[in-house]
Each structure stands twice: as C-alpha cells, then as structure tokens.
Design a protein around this ligand. Structure first.
Ligand SMILES: Cc1cc2nc3c(=O)[nH]c(=O)nc-3n(C[C@H](O)[C@H](O)[C@H](O)COP(=O)(O)O)c2cc1C
Length: 257
C-alpha cells in the first residue's frame, strides 16, 4: 500500500491543512502537486490498495476548474480517496459534491472526507492564521479516526457528502492581480502560475481571462510587486463580511457502518 497526497494549493493554506492531516495519518507519503501545469497527470494510475489524500480549496463553492481537469486524467483503479476541502470561512457549498463526482468518475472509492478552514487567500482578514493550534489537534484526530475506520475494513454505505447537483454556478471573481513598477521581470510568477496566465517574456502582462485569481503570483513575488485593486478588495470584503465572520469548525465525514 502506498499513500499519496494530491494537492492543489496556490497559496499554501490547503497544503498546510493537508500536511497536518497526513502527518498524523501515516509516516510516509508521496506528494503530487496539482498546481504544476507542466505535469502529465495521465501517468498517475493507482492500485486498489493505495490511499490518496486529495486536498483542494473551495473557489466560489466549487473545485477549481484546472484541479478538476488534472484529477480527471488520473486512474483511480479503486484506490481509496480521502477528500479534504479547504475553505476561507465563508462556505464550501458544492465543493464536496463536485470533488466526489470527479473522483468517482475516474475510479476512486471515496472513503472519508474532511472540511478544513484556512486563511482566505484573497481577503486575508477572514480565518486569519488558520489552521491554528486548535485546528491542528482536530485535523490530527480526524486522521486517526479515518485511519482506524479504513483499517477496520467494516462494510459501510457509500459516503454521503453535502452539496447540490447541479452544482452552483461559478464564473470566477473580478479580482485579478497586476504587476507594479517594482516588477523586475524575474519571471517567477509566470513560472509558478497554475494556469499559465502570466506572460513568460513579459511578466507584467496577465491574461485576465485565463487568470483564476488564486493569488499565487502575489504570494511568490520576491519584490512584492503584484497586488489586487484595493477598492475591489474592500468592496468584496464588505459584501462577504457577514458570511465570512464567526468561528467555523473543521468537519469529519465518514460513511455509516
Ligand atoms: C478565487 C477564490 C475563490 C474563493 N472562494 C471561496 C468560497 O467560495 N468560500 C470560502 O469559504 N472560501 C473561498 N476562497 C478561499 C479559499 O478557499 C481559501 O483561502 C483556501 O485556503 C485557499 O487555498 P490555498 O491557500 O491553498 O491557495 C476563495 C479563494 C479564491 C482565491
């Protein structure tokens, strides 16, 4: 049996939550980075004994499109999947439903799931500094419970996860990072962009149609030369203030035995 950690995490929040879980779940795993647009994901063909811990952020209550299309190329071959959906303290809406359908369609058996909170990667005042010490304890305990559940091999019903079908509509957000004068054209943002929206020869140019507003370019820029419109950011923050406030808890989903 091998354990794989398959993660789409442009700014590191999803990876942080997945790492806490994986550390408690097993001593060794292989990382597959779904943000790497140069990879041929069709080379991943798993075995029925494998366990794949698949972690994605919720974007507009959905799985980011490019994560769906990369996962779709993999062959689950009845490997068990543990789904981790990470969200920025608003809601995950239909993210689990879409992730579960995507994985089932490529041959994974969805065994268990976890919802985790991480700092909102656009409006960073929401869920700031999460996952924190309390989250760490919770996620580590979820990992132990899931491990015992899988080891018990007890017959169980299919995993029932929250979400609607058809999934809610999501057409992206209008908040697109742009480069300022301090851009030195080092090209790191273009290299790291999960969807290739930044011109490699002229990194201050962004293809706003291709951009998924994941904020990775802002996170990786060594000059802090990339940012989003402060007006749009303030307007979105105000609009989502009520939905994003209050303490939200991590959640564990297991099939009924
Ligand atoms: C384009 C975009 C859309 C998002 N939509 C939601 C959402 O619908 N609900 C929510 O709670 N958080 C939302 N978030 C916040 C992310 O789910 C959260 O910050 C996550 O940790 C980001 O993952 P990363 O740090 O691995 O990049 C959104 C973030 C981005 C960039």
């Amino acid at each position: 049996m091998s354990v794989y950690q398959i993660v789409f995490s442009p700014t590191g929040g999803t990876k942080k939550a997945a790492d806490i879980f994986v550390k408690s779940f097993c001593p060794q795993s292989t990382l597959i980075d779904l943000t790497d647009r140069s990879q041929d994901y069709s080379m991943y063909s798993f075995h029925a004994e494998d366990i794949c811990i698949i972690a994605v952020p919720s974007y507009g209550g959905r799985v980011p499109d490019c994560a769906v299309s990369r996962l779709r190329q993999m062959q689950g071959n009845s490997a068990r999947a543990i789904l981790i959906v990470v969200y920025g303290n608003r809601a995950y809406d239909d993210t689990f439903a879409e992730l579960q359908d995507t994985l089932a369609n490529c041959g994974f058996i969805c065994a268990a799931a976890v919802a985790a909170i991480a700092e909102h990667s656009i409006m960073r005042q929401y869920a700031a500094s999460r996952p924190d010490a309390q989250d760490e304890k919770e996620l580590a305990s979820f990992a132990q419970i899931i491990r015992e559940h899988i080891a018990s091999d007890a017959p169980s019903t299919p995993l029932n996860l929250p979400g609607n079908r058809p999934y809610r509509e999501y057409n992206g957000v209008p908040i697109k990072p742009q480069a300022s004068q301090s851009c030195t054209q080092c090209g790191l943002c273009a290299k790291e962009c999960p969807v290739g929206a930044i011109d490699t020869d002229s990194p201050s140019k962004t293809d706003t149609h291709r951009c998924i507003s994941c904020m990775r370019c802002i996170a990786v820029c060594p000059q802090k030369a990339r940012s989003v419109s402060s007006i749009l950011l303030a307007a979105s923050s105000m609009k989502l203030k009520k939905a994003c406030s209050g303490y939200k808890h991590n959640e564990l989903f297991l099939p009924q035995q």
